[in-house]
Write a new protein. Structure first.
Length: 271
């Protein structure tokens, strides 16, 4: 596995003022792209892309423990640090710029695909532009709801969306867009109750899945470790991606089995 960092600058949109920070006429997105390798070489062939949106106060790499499992399963993962909600943001970490983050995800998607077409880029020939998924955690889940289900913000060519511990705003139109959706939430989450994901599940069109993790809080099951709940998150997210992004039909059965673990997790499914 390899990682490469890019400084992506969107000159078409501004960064607003934030505390002592006066703002900027553009948006800077420090983005880390992780991809699978065999030895020192990238795997041959076009690989599906997962755009990962981190949570409030996060960075491009604070969930590598989780998304590295996706990389090892054959996915390229591109993760930006958002201009104002990131750790060490100018003027202090702020959620006031949330509405701009779906556009950031769309911009990162287009820039990564552009790099994959550029011969002198580390990503040249690596990414399949027709197989793209979104994944987000907490604040990032809100972002991917907009990027996947808000027609005004929708990222092109999205095959699937994973939202972990998120809550939906008014923008997403879950009842009119049938992009496959996987929701993952702990039932002991005191910051964002699991009822928030349940509400999205009820609004969404099929295919849709809701994995509820027993006794897990807002962060305990999402760092890619070896606890039973973390393994459920790892396996269900991979099987969901394999089914709806790679098109492996057998992964649907594996997904439902991986999300139904006695005393650990349950799954609601409408495939």
């Amino acid at each position: 596995m390899a990682r490469v960092s890019f400084t992506l600058i969107d000159a078409s949109r501004h960064t607003p003022a934030n505390g002592s920070y006066v703002g900027a006429p553009d948006r800077t997105l420090e983005t880390v792209v992780s991809y699978p390798t065999r030895g020192a070489r990238a795997l041959n062939g076009l690989l599906p892309l997962v755009l990962f949106a981190t949570g409030y106060g996060g960075t491009a790499t604070n969930y590598t423990g989780l998304y590295d499992h996706w990389v090892k399963a054959g996915y390229v993962v591109a993760a930006p640090s958002f201009p104002l909600s990131r750790q060490d943001a100018p003027g202090g970490t702020s959620g006031a710029d949330l509405a701009s983050q779906a556009g950031d995800v769309g911009f990162v998607s287009s820039e990564v695909l552009k790099l994959a077409r550029t011969k002198d880029s580390e990503l040249y020939g690596l990414v399949d532009p027709d197989r793209i998924a979104l994944a987000g955690k907490s604040f990032g889940a809100i972002t991917v709801f907009d990027a996947g289900y808000n027609p005004a913000e929708q990222v092109p060519n999205i095959k699937a969306v994973i939202a972990m511990t998120g809550v939906a705003t008014e923008g997403p139109q879950f009842g009119t867009i049938d992009t496959p959706l996987l929701l993952v939430h702990g039932d002991a989450d005191a910051l964002v109750p699991s009822s928030a994901s349940q509400a999205v599940y009820e609004r969404a069109r099929s295919p849709k899945f809701f994995v509820e993790l027993f006794g897990q809080d807002h962060v305990s099951a999402f760092h890619g470790g070896s606890s039973p709940a973390e393994i459920v998150v790892e396996r269900t997210t991979i099987e969901f991606l394999d089914c709806y992004v790679k098109g492996e039909q057998a992964a649907l059965h594996r997904l439902q089995r991986a999300g139904d673990v006695s005393s650990v997790a349950s799954i609601e499914a409408a495939p």
